[in-house]
Design a binder for this molecule. Structure first.
Ligand SMILES: [Fe+2]
Length: 199
């Protein structure tokens, strides 16, 4: 079932948002976060949600519009939502790339951009899960879902096929590994710089 796959991808995205949140907390404590980890997370978002996840949702939304225009309009405008997601990601990427290129940015701005991205991304997924997906499940027939699946599989060439899923899983695992290493390094720095006899 496509919705189950989309929900699973939302959970995958959330795992990365948790890692990003962790880096934000480090930043807010005045320590330099691991910008390589943050950039890797952005790269993930630039590929998987953009190329695979959103197109599937867009297809479901267009079906919902055809089946039940009132339900679709009360849900909102998915195209606008997804456009905003793209713009936020672009804004975020520009800020992090500037930092990686050693350009000066206002501290406050960096913190705001990261936290804004996390909050809005979570909000966007929640909106889809609470409003959009239930409306689609209510309005679309079994045949609609079969049609959507056949468009997505496109004669055995799935839009989000096993290869893409495996690559996305591997990339996520790699990012989480980098995040763990950054965490381990930070805790060893804290330990070695702690004054002798401190608790
Ligand atoms: Fe989504």
């Amino acid at each position: 079932m496509i919705i189950d796959l989309l929900l699973r991808e939302h959970r995958n995205i959330d795992v990365l948002l948790v890692a990003l949140q962790r880096e934000l907390e480090i930043f807010e404590r005045g320590i330099r976060p691991d910008y390589e980890v943050i950039r890797a997370i952005i790269s993930y978002f630039e590929v998987y949600p953009e190329l695979y996840h959103h197109p599937q949702e867009d297809l479901i939304f267009s079906k919902l519009k055809a089946r039940d225009p009132d339900a679709a309009s009360s849900v909102g405008d998915l195209a606008v939502e997804h456009q905003e997601v793209v713009e936020r990601l672009h804004h975020f990427a520009q800020a992090i790339d500037a930092i990686l290129a050693d350009r000066e940015l206002f501290r406050q701005d960096v913190g705001n951009i990261i936290s804004d991205f996390i909050v809005r991304e979570r909000h966007h997924m929640m909106w889809e899960e609470q409003d959009f997906f239930p409306a689609a499940l209510k309005a679309l027939s079994a045949q609609d879902w079969t049609e959507i699946a056949s468009v997505l599989t496109n004669d055995g060439d799935p839009l989000f096929g096993e290869t893409a899923a495996a690559t996305s899983d591997a990339l996520r695992a790699h990012i989480l590994q980098l995040e763990q290493e950054a965490e381990a390094e930070r805790s060893s720095v804290v330990l070695s710089t702690a004054p002798a006899g401190s608790p």
